[in-house]
Design a protein around this ligand. Structure first.
Ligand code: ADP
Ligand code: MG
Length: 343
C-alpha cells in the first residue's frame, strides 16, 4: 500500500469492484464464470453446473429495524439471493446463513429472524446447510449465500443480448423505493410524536415490496415450460436504468425503451405522486424491485405475448445507437444509470 489515498466514493461501488477484480486470476477450469454476473458458475460435470451468489445486509445501511419486522428481514435476505440464482436461469437448492449479533438481540429476536428464513426456504424449496455466527459491535449483520443448479447450456448470462432482441421485464417496478419513502416518512412522524399511529394501511402493496420482496422463480419455471430461453438476463436490484447499462455493457449493445411500456402499479404511481416523486424516475432508478430484466429473440415473442406478468419495454440496438428512453410525447432521451449510491 502506498501513501496515496483515493476515496471509495470516487470509484463508486461498481468502480471499486472492477478495480479490485483486475488482479483476480482464475486457476481452475471448473470456474466457468467468475465475477461480473448475477452469480458465479462452477462446472459440476456431465453438462451440469452449480451457481453461487452471496449478499451482505447491514443494519442501518440496508435495513432499519424500527420498521422492518425481523421475519420479513429474514425472508428478504434469502429472497435477494434466490433472485440472483433465478437471474442465471438456474434453480436454487441450498443456502448458508451467517449472522453478526450485538447483545441488543435476544434469542427470541434471532428466532423471529429465522422464522422468515425458514419460510423462505419452504417457499423456494431450498435447504439451509450451514453458516456462521459471531458477535457484532454495529448491530445486525446478515450474509446469505445461495447455491443453485442448472444445465450448462440452459444458463443465461448478461452478455447474450443481440440487436433486435426484445427487452422484457416481469411484474412492476418502483414499488420498493416508494414503499421505503413511506416507511421513512411514517418513522419521522412517529419520532416527532410517538402518540401518532403510523398510517400504513393504504400503502401495504408498496411497503410489502420493500419489506418482503419475492424472487421471480415462478417466471423461470414458466419460461422453461413455454420453451423460451432468454438471450440475456439479470435481476433488477439497483434500478432498471442501471441494469440496462449492465446488459448493454456485457453484451456490447445499445437499447431503446418506451416510457408508455414501463410497468408501474397504480398504488406505486399514486403514492409517488403523493410524495412529489416522478413515477417514471421511480421505475427507472428505484432499487430493490427484484423483478427480472431479460431479452428474447423476436421468434420467441409469440410464446410470451399473452403472458400477464411479462412486459415488453423496448428492444436491443447496435452499440453505437446508445441507450434511449422514448417518452410518451415521442422524444428520445438518453438513459442515465443512477442506481443506488452506497458510498
Ligand atoms: P448483484 O447486484 O447481482 O448481487 P453485485 O452488483 O453485488 O451483483 O456484484 C457484481 C459482481 O461483482 C458479482 O459477480 C459479484 O460476485 C462481484 N463482487 C461484488 N463484490 C465483490 C468483492 N468484494 N470481491 C469480489 N467480487 C465481488
Ligand atoms: Mg443480481
Amino acid at each position: 500500500m502506498s501513501d496515496k489515498r483515493t476515496e471509495i466514493a470516487d470509484l463508486g461501488e461498481f468502480g471499486l469492484i472492477d478495480h479490485l477484480n483486475k488482479k483476480v486470476k482464475i486457476r481452475n477450469s471448473s470456474s466457468l464464470k467468475g465475477i461480473g454476473d448475477d452469480a458465479a458458475v462452477i462446472d459440476a460435470g456431465e453438462g451440469r453446473v452449480k451457481v453461487i451468489t452471496t449478499d451482505l445486509l447491514i443494519e442501518g445501511v440496508h435495513f432499519d429495524l424500527s420498521y422492518a419486522p425481523l421475519p420479513h428481514l429474514g425472508f428478504k435476505a434469502v429472497a435477494v439471493n434466490i433472485s440472483d440464482v433465478a437471474a442465471m436461469n438456474a434453480v436454487p437448492k441450498q443456502i448458508t446463513v451467517s449472522i453478526g449479533l450485538s447483545n441488543r438481540f435476544s434469542v427470541e429476536a434471532v428466532e423471529a429472524l429465522y422464522e422468515g428464513i425458514h419460510a423462505a426456504c419452504e417457499h423456494y424449496g431450498v435447504d439451509l446447510v450451514g453458516g456462521d455466527t459471531t458477535a457484532s459491535r454495529s448491530g445486525l449483520v446478515l450474509s446469505i449465500t445461495a447455491i443453485g443448479e442448472g444445465k450448462k447450456d440452459e444458463l443465461v448470462y448478461r452478455n447474450g443480448a443481440k440487436p433486435n432482441d426484445i427487452l422484457c421485464v416481469t411484474g412492476d417496478l418502483g414499488g420498493a423505493l416508494v414503499g421505503l419513502q413511506i416507511l421513512e416518512r411514517e418513522k419521522q412522524v412517529y419520532l416527532a410524536n410517538p402518540d401518532m399511529k403510523p398510517e400504513l394501511d393504504k400503502y401495504t402493496l408498496v411497503t410489502g415490496r420493500q419489506l418482503r420482496p419475492d424472487a421471480r422463480m415462478d417466471i423461470i419455471h414458466e419460461l422453461k415450460e413455454l420453451g423460451v430461453k432468454p438471450t440475456s438476463m439479470m435481476d433488477i436490484s439497483d434500478g432498471l436504468a442501471s441494469e440496462i447499462f449492465h446488459i448493454c455493457k456485457a453484451s456490447y449493445v445499445g437499447a431503446t425503451i418506451y416510457e408508455d411500456k414501463l410497468p408501474i402499479d397504480k398504488q406505486t404511481f399514486d403514492t409517488a405522486v403523493e410524495l412529489n416523486l416522478d413515477p417514471i424516475t421511480c421505475v427507472l432508478n428505484g432499487g430493490e424491485d427484484y423483478e427480472l430484466l431479460f431479452t428474447i429473440s423476436q421468434e420467441d415473442f409469440p410464446k410470451l405475448e399473452k403472458h400477464a406478468d411479462i412486459h415488453f419495454i423496448g428492444h436491443i440496438t447496435k452499440p453505437e445507437e446508445g441507450k434511449y428512453l422514448v417518452t410518451k410525447s415521442g422524444t428520445a432521451v438518453q438513459i442515465k444509470a443512477q442506481g443506488w449510491k452506497h458510498f
